[in-house]
Design a protein around this ligand. Structure first.
Ligand code: MLT
Ligand code: ZN
Length: 465
């Protein structure tokens, strides 16, 4: 794809559209937009614009489409697959200015929000009304709802409540041509032709820019119980996961943490947690509802299921402070692991009964290639985040072996019936592995869809394919 550079004349047009104060061009201003949370990758855009209205986004896209300028849409920059990196320079359209909760419709249990609203801010506003918006990725305190839509985000509560896919009803989207559409209807059902709303979710900013989001809300459960179960082996912890569902329980969260991850959280954050010898892995299990007796009975059933997998110990959080501490440990695991060493993170997902085989295989691949891995994640969804750690490996070995090791991990994942990303997206860094999962015919269909939406290929080029 041949793109043009942004000329001074085009910068002037962008200033006319968005206002001079919303157009940024100096290296200092552009720095923040040259990276996201993906490793240490850096790509500078030529210009950043922070539009405030749908009409401005429309005019900017129309202009860039006419002049073949690459456009990278950007949320909060918390992505882990390089999806917001302007790899072809050009324009970054930052959605920071779209930070309003437009309406909360308590009659229909729906809300309309702009994409630059911070996920946790929205969750707190609806919680104050006794409602739940359960899509809470680890970065909920800083990520934007728009970025969550683009990446089909999940987080710990997907196991009971589903990904953001389950909550988005309708989207206002600006197409690369500048046309503005609503993708569907504000209804819980939709059997009216191809579902463009669902197509936009997870399209990683390659098909259009979302400017309004209508989401479903649900009544908020009043009670939770949280337990931390410890196991002598990874396989036993992973095996217990599907047994919990077979016992008739759908927990509201079911997270896996490897010992090394907990050690690094303790080192990074100084949290007070007594890590006993002989423990290899933990499951953090939450049950929610409105009836304490039912929750208690569910916990008993979970306990019985865990015992069959040689569970060493179960800690029941007995206060909201202790629940908060345990959740904090899980939520900062990614940050703690990554602050320890050069790393590469993968986001494997398999049908959950295959988790023991997945973790065993990942460790065997690591042993063969000579790298350590730290795994944690949303075990209830079969979703393991695999952090491959460089530690003392030489640069030469790291560069030589890493790609082959990742390829084997993904081949294993796919052979177990899984896929190469559960919730972090493909973006820039996983795209070379797409053929492991998809035959040419699938990739051709995806490219065809891209071509229909964006014939000039200006929107988030270099991502997914
Ligand atoms: C998590 O579950 O902690 C997130 O997906 C982030 C991460 O893996 O770093
Ligand atoms: Zn995650």
């Amino acid at each position: 794809m041949m793109f043009n550079k942004i000329t001074d004349a085009l910068v002037t047009r962008m200033r006319d559209i968005a206002g001079a104060g919303c157009v940024y061009t100096t290296p200092g201003e552009l720095e923040k937009y040259s990276h996201d949370e993906t490793e240490d990758l850096r790509y500078y855009p030529e210009v950043v614009v922070k539009p405030q209205t749908t009409a401005q986004v429309s005019q900017l896209l129309k202009l860039c489409n006419e002049y073949h300028i690459p456009v990278t849409p950007r949320g909060a920059g918390t992505g882990l697959s390089g999806g917001a990196l302007p790899v072809n320079a050009g324009l970054v359209i930052s959605m920071e200015g779209f930070n309003h909760i437009i309406a909360i419709d308590e009659r229909n249990l729906q809300a309309t929000v702009e994409p630059g609203v911070i996920t946790e801010v929205f969750m707190d506003v609806v919680a104050a009304k006794g409602l739940l918006y359960p899509v809470d990725p680890a970065s909920k305190g800083s990520c934007f709802i728009g970025g969550n839509v683009a990446n089909c985000s999940g987080g710990p509560r997907v196991v009971k409540y589903g990904t953001i896919r389950e909550y988005v009803l309708n989207l206002e989207v600006v197409l690369p041509s500048g046309e503005v559409i609503w993708t569907g209807a504000n209804t819980l059902k939709y059997a009216s032709g191809y579902n463009l709303t669902q197509l936009m979710i997870g399209s990683e900013g390659t098909l259009g820019i979302v400017t309004k989001i209508v989401v479903k809300l649900i009544p908020r459960p009043t009670q939770t119980a949280l337990m931390l179960a410890s196991f002598a082996t990874n396989e036993e912890a992973c095996g217990a996961v599907s047994a919990i569902f077979r016992a008739g329980i759908i927990p509201s969260a079911l997270e896996f943490m490897e010992r090394r991850g907990v050690e690094w959280v303790i080192a990074h954050d100084g949290i007070n947690f007594a890590l006993k010898d002989g423990i290899a892995a933990f499951l953090l299990i939450e049950v929610d509802g409105n009836n304490p007796d039912v929750i208690f009975a569910d916990c008993e059933k979970i306990n019985a299921a865990l015992e069959e997998f040689n569970c060493q110990d179960v800690l029941f959080a007995d206060s909201s402070a202790q629940k908060e501490e345990l959740w904090h440990m899980r939520r900062i695991m990614g940050l703690s692991v990554k602050s320890n060493s050069v790393y590469k993170e993968e986001d494997t997902v398999v049908p959950r009964a295959e988790l023991p085989a997945l973790i065993k295989g990942i460790k065997a691949i690591g042993a063969r290639f000579g790298f350590e891995s730290v795994c944690y994640g949303h075990a209830g969804d079969g979703n393991l985040h695999v952090n491959i750690i460089k530690a003392s490996m030489s640069d030469a070995d790291w560069n030589k072996k890493l790609k082959d090791g990742i390829k084997e991990i993904f081949e294993l994942t796919v052979s177990l019936g899984g896929t190469i990303s559960g919730e972090h997206g493909i973006g820039l860094v996983q795209k070379e592995f797409m053929p492991i999962k998809y035959p040419d015919v699938n990739l051709a269909l995806m490219r065809g869809i891209k071509q229909v939406f964006d014939p000039n290929g200006i929107l988030n080029p270099g991502k997914i394919f």
